[in-house]
Ligand binder design. Structure first.
Ligand code: WT7
Length: 652
């Protein structure tokens, strides 16, 4: 097997990817989940989920697995009661595993903390008491605006422990975003820090909180963790974490809450419309994040060191840093900073140092690592790794192959996991001990999940067909509603197709029945009457050895309706020339068919991305259609668009 780019013949050829990688024998031999799970779930879906719920500790058993009498409003494990934090902490300590490391934390400047399950439990108990002392009761909302420090997880677990609903807001968001979210949820308390370290320097958080709280009358108290020691303004609402948590009582008895008790609200980014407060509840959510973390990452809590590189401000951080891994009693690495500080090998150095066995990261990060060069990971010992995960957007086959070869040493299964803030947990993914993997495809719905690809009329497409990804049956960790807006919940997800959840993603099914995710439906172009997905063209470009990253948009064209305009970053920061541009256009035509040949390819130094790493094609469309730029406030780096626009002007 080699990973040199192979030119392909037709537009459909991306979907006839023929490379397969069988699961390694040692992983098959010890796998947590075998192929039998699919049959079991197929035969009795609700019985299957009841078994998975049984992996948790319930104070009161449920009397009905699913109440779907009033769709699309689901209730799972009806009548059951449990405490989410108890399941993530106390029960591991009670089982004699209190000395197991829960978090190996590494600060960006290189400071470290080792926190066992017993340590974490005692800090969370104190934090729960502190929140109670501040007047927080079950059902209240608490906003969390934190850097990647252990207190972020402690704050979430302390809320869960007392039944307060947390709303974590990503620490890079502005006053507008933070105050809008606090007001929407009417949060009573905000938990934050003076700042965190990013790109080698302290990055203040408290000033943004101060400005936001001035706009948010619901906020009574602000709890501040001291992380950087930088100067902060102080008001009579402010209290230090080390005072209120440090001074709180050590004992705390976790009370059980109803399975449908609201656990958290998390706002989805939304590029233009008002953000949606996605509501998740307790029993079903914890069941599915716990099961999928066990199944997809094959976690062995006694021996694995797991690392999810996401931020706690995204759903990935909620489900696969806090609730999934901790409900399973896993040991994990948590890293505060960016992958290029103080050097571009920081990730690989950390894997080497902590002997990380499972890595979960995003395609945007993988492509950045590719761009930085193979020689960087090659300097570190990555042989501890056994499973690699990807999440966040479609992963191009070439990026998948690079990840497998240069990070996974050609031995680790790569699991491409499709899910959303709304689904709460992984839905479509290979299983590392079962699936023969195919680069670029998320492949199959997990056991107990009914994913399908349907056409415009809601009819399943046959193998080889394309359309929209839908979910035909409710699942335990599904969103329950949009906070305060049931109508919008129904309208957004349940109105496109009768009786099905509409995910908003385009998808295809290949000849072997594998599911390929093709990006958001708004990212499908219509060129001379042909549907072409931006992802397909981007993958074709990235399969050329000169290209590190590509973003493709459809620009209005008088002749073809839409024309394909590509923005590419070259490997090694090269600027390219006309010959290369012609070669790249021809390469796409050869790979996908002449219809997919870009009208124009621009070489750019960077691409506009949201802070969660999604390419903002809307802005690129503005550039491609010579419009003035729309809202750029969610951009990770606001100077990027200036560079791109200058490049466009030069290229004309
Ligand atoms: C959207 C959800 C799920 C946690 C992070 C993102 C895209 C996510 C994949 C994947 C193709 C993917 C979809 C989805 N997406 N994972 N493996 N393959 N696309 O959560 O911000 O709610 O975004 O991310 O378009 O709808 P999110």
């Amino acid at each position: 097997m080699n990973d040199s780019p192979q030119p392909r013949e037709t537009l459909a050829s991306l979907l006839s990817e023929t490379r397969h990688f069988d699961p390694p024998a040692d992983i098959v031999a010890g796998a947590n989940v075998t192929g039998e799970a699919y049959e079991r779930a197929q035969a009795d879906r609700l019985g299957f989920w009841a078994e998975q719920a049984g992996r948790l500790d319930w104070a009161t058993p449920w009397d009905r697995v699913l109440d779907w009498d009033n769709p699309p409003f689901a209730k799972w494990f009806v009548g059951g009661k449990l405490n989410v934090a108890y399941n993530c902490l106390d029960r591991h300590v009670e089982a004699g595993n209190g000395d197991r490391v829960a978090i190996h934390w590494e600060g960006e400047p290189g400071d470290t903390r080792t926190i066992t399950y017993a340590d974490l439990l005692s800090e969370v108990k104190r934090a729960a008491n502190a929140l109670t002392d501040l007047g927080v009761v079950a059902g209240d909302r608490v906003a969390i605006y934190m850097p990647m420090i252990p207190e972020a997880a402690m704050a979430m677990l302390a809320c869960a422990r007392i039944g307060a609903t947390h709303s974590v807001v990503f620490g890079g968001f502005s006053v507008d975003a933070l105050s809008g979210r606090i007001n929407d949820a009417q949060a009573k308390v905000v938990i934050t820090a003076d700042g965190g370290y990013r790109r080698g320097k302290p990055n203040a958080l408290k000033p943004t909180v101060d400005e936001s709280v001035a706009l948010c009358p619901s906020v009574e108290k602000v709890v501040v963790v001291r992380r950087t020691g930088q100067d902060v303004e102080w008001s009579d609402k402010d209290v230090w974490w080390h005072d209120v948590v440090g001074g709180a009582a050590e004992e705390h008895q976790a009370q059980p809450f109803d399975a449908e008790h609201p656990l958290f609200i998390l706002y989805t980014s939304g590029t233009t419309a008002k953000p949606k407060g996605i509501l998740h509840t307790s029993g079903g959510y914890l069941t599915q994040v716990s099961y999928t973390h066990h199944a997809v990452f094959d976690i062995k809590p006694e021996s694995d060191v797991y690392w999810c590189g996401a931020d706690i401000g995204w759903v990935t951080g909620h489900s696969y840093i806090v609730y999934g891994p901790m409900s399973n009693g896993a040991t994990q690495l948590m890293y505060e900073g960016t992958p290029d500080t103080p050097h571009k090998g920081r990730y690989w150095e950390l894997i080497d140092k902590y002997k990380v066995t499972i890595l979960y990261t995003a395609p945007t990060a993988i492509r950045t690592f590719m761009k930085w060069g193979d020689d960087i990971p090659a300097q570190f010992d990555l042989t501890s790794l056994r499973i690699l995960g990807s999440v966040g957007e479609p992963i191009n086959p070439e990026a998948w192959m690079w990840y497998r070869k240069h990070i996974g040493g050609d031995r680790c299964p790569v699991v491409d996991t499709w899910w959303q803030t709304e689904t709460g947990a992984i839905m479509v993914s290979p299983l590392p001990g079962v699936t023969s993997t195919t680069p670029g495809s998320a492949q199959h719905a997990l056991p107990g999940i009914s994913a399908d690809v349907v056409d415009d009329t809601g009819t399943s497409v046959p193998n080889g067909g394309g359309g929209y990804l839908v979910l035909r049956e409710p699942w335990p960790s599904m969103l329950r509603t949009i906070w305060g807006d049931d109508e919008r919940f129904i309208e957004t997800y349940w109105s496109r197709f009768e009786g099905m959840y509409f995910a908003g993603d385009g998808a295809k099914r290949d000849d072997e029945g594998n599911i390929w995710l093709l990006g958001r439906v708004d990212d499908v172009m219509l060129v001379s009457g042909h549907n072409i997905s931006t992802t397909e063209v981007e993958s074709a470009l990235v399969s050329h050895p000169a290209v590190a990253e590509a973003a493709v948009v459809g620009a209005t064209d008088p002749v073809t309706g839409q024309a394909i305009v590509a923005f590419t970053i070259l490997r090694g920061g090269s600027e390219g020339d006309d010959d290369l541009l012609t070669e790249l256009r021809n390469h796409v035509a050869k790979t996908l068919g002449p219809i997919a040949k870009p009208r124009q390819i621009m070489i750019v130094p960077e691409l506009p991305k949201t802070r969660s790493g999604k390419i903002m094609r809307r802005l690129l469309r503005d550039v491609a259609e010579n419009r003035s730029l729309g809202d750029v406030t969610t951009l990770q780096d606001s100077t990027v668009m200036k560079l791109i626009a200058e490049g466009m002007a030069k290229g004309k």
